[in-house]
Design a binder for this molecule. Structure first.
Ligand code: ARG
Length: 466
């Protein structure tokens, strides 16, 4: 390192990439226009509301306000038609728009930035974007829930094995299983609604961090931009990214739910399980094995969870060491949120399509439900109820019956009355009423249980709320 050659070659390592030296590196690390151009509509809307407020408070003239509004409208159509030229030299969306405004309307453009800073401006734009994205997510979750409610209704009586440890546990209905997902995505939707409420405060007017001496009206801009009220502390306002973190937490939990569902779809669609058939629209073939139909969409939904969870950790890590108020680190908030939003939308849409289209193979579910001694608990419960045994003894007696059936290679319902009585003399003919899977599910009428009658109540409850 001491001699000049080494110095030169290490410089060349980055010098080649950044031909024009350190200022090019600065531009590259500093610029956010590559991704924050996504915020153009929010930025323009925010500026229009700000200009209108400045004029109404006599801080700028009505003429300047009109020029600003007209110029911003022109910029909006330029961006939407693709004719706007974004410049990396101008760093971000805020300065790109302001510079263009100056070209379009002259000195009046310089008055727009009165009583605001890019710190409250970016907080506003991003918050508006996240709020709109959450509103979209809410609608998409409602569609997914609706798809599940329809499948649950059609399958309120469809018997399938219920699993714990992925081992056959007790028979349940497919309708009940679908309703478990309705509960999960219903919680996600409730979290989305809460988050929208939390973030429904307008940052604009916090200025750089301390507020401003101009006689602004933050309630007016808040109202114009569709917020419930303005934020209450200007320092917190420009340093807060909780709304982005909340979005990412909600997205991570929801993606985790989607991933568990995806995993079940992968398992259910194997020839070994054969519980469902995926539509051609949501599966692919193999280029070498003609018999295969692969659940690619489900696998990719499962995989998207990785990047969404990663984004949450990334932004938590960006924020964790920042002193109040704004630091440029916070510019790293956007890509995480944009990428997660895109992944989550795609995952929910793919899942909604899969659930709507999938074919339920009732015969295969029914056959699997009857195997694995899934009604053993029903036998034990019968012994408690009808023969007066303590549950622990009933459990033991049932274990003997399962062992016998296993030895004979048959189901519990195939054992004869004599064989059952040899295990416990209190057993009578009526035991066969509970050994079928249909009787088993029909008996589970506790609130929230798997009985078709109970599942229909759950469906009706969910249909009644939206
Ligand atoms: N592009 C910046 C961001 O996304 C905008 C705010 C810049 N503020 C500043 N004081 N440099 O965070």
């Amino acid at each position: 390192m001491a001699d000049g050659t080494d110095q030169k070659s290490s410089n060349q390592m980055w010098g080649g990439r950044f031909a024009s030296g350190p200022s090019a590196i600065m531009e590259e690390i500093n610029a956010s226009i590559g991704f924050d151009k996504k915020l153009y509509a929010q930025d323009i809307r925010g500026s229009m509301a700000h200009a209108a407020m400045l004029a109404s408070k006599g801080i700028i003239s009505p003429e300047d306000k009109d020029k600003i509004t007209e110029g911003l409208n022109t910029i909006l159509s330029e961006i939407e038609s693709g004719s706007f030229e974004f410049s990396r030299k101008l760093e971000d969306i805020h300065m790109n728009i302001e510079a263009r405004l100056a070209t379009l309307i002259g000195p009046a453009a310089g008055r727009l930035h009165t009583a605001r800073s890019r710190n409250d401006q970016v907080a506003l734009d991003f918050r508006l974007w996240v709020k709109e994205e959450l509103q979209k997510t809410e609608g998409m979750l409602t569609a997914l829930i609706a798809a599940f409610l329809d499948r649950a209704e059609e399958n309120a009586d469809t018997v399938m094995p219920g699993f714990t440890h992925l081992q056959t546990a007790q028979p349940v209905t497919f309708g009940h299983h679908c309703m478990a997902y309705v509960e999960m995505f219903g919680r996600d939707r409730a979290r989305v609604r809460h988050a929208i409420e939390h973030m429904d405060e307008s940052p604009i007017g916090a200025a750089a961090l301390a507020g401003t001496g101009y006689p602004i009206d933050r309630h007016m801009t808040a109202k114009a931009l569709g917020f419930r009220e303005p934020t209450r502390n200007s320092i917190d306002t420009v340093s807060d990214r909780d709304f982005a973190l909340e979005f990412l937490s909600i997205a991570s939990i929801c993606a985790t739910h989607l991933s568990r569902l995806a995993e079940e779809i992968v398992i259910w669609s194997t020839p070994q399980f054969g519980f469902i058939r995926l539509s051609d629209a949501f599966s692919t073939g193999s280029s070498i094995m003609p018999q295969k139909k692969n659940p690619d969409a489900a696998e990719l939904v499962r995989a998207k969870t990785g990047r969404i969870n990663g984004s949450l950790i990334a932004l938590l890590t960006v924020m964790k060491g920042l002193p109040l108020a704004y630091s440029k680190d916070m510019q790293e908030d956007k890509e995480q949120v944009f990428d997660s939003a895109e992944s989550l939308e795609l995952a929910i849409a793919a899942m909604t399509g899969m659930i709507r289209d999938l074919e339920v193979r009732k015969d295969r579910m029914r056959a699997a439900a009857g195997s694995g001694y899934s009604t053993a608990t029903d036998l034990a419960d019968w012994l408690v109820r009808e023969a007066g045994l303590p549950f622990r003894d009933a459990h033991h007696v049932t274990g003997n019956a399962v062992a016998l059936a296993e030895k004979k290679g048959c189901d519990l319902a195939d054992l004869s009355l004599e064989e059952l009585q040899a295990i416990h003399r209190g057993i009578t003919d009526s035991v066969f009423d509970v050994l079928s899977v249909e009787a088993s599910v029909a008996s589970r009428t506790s609130f929230g249980g798997t009985a078709p009658s109970e599942v229909r109540k759950q469906i009706a409850w969910w249909r009644g709320r939206n």
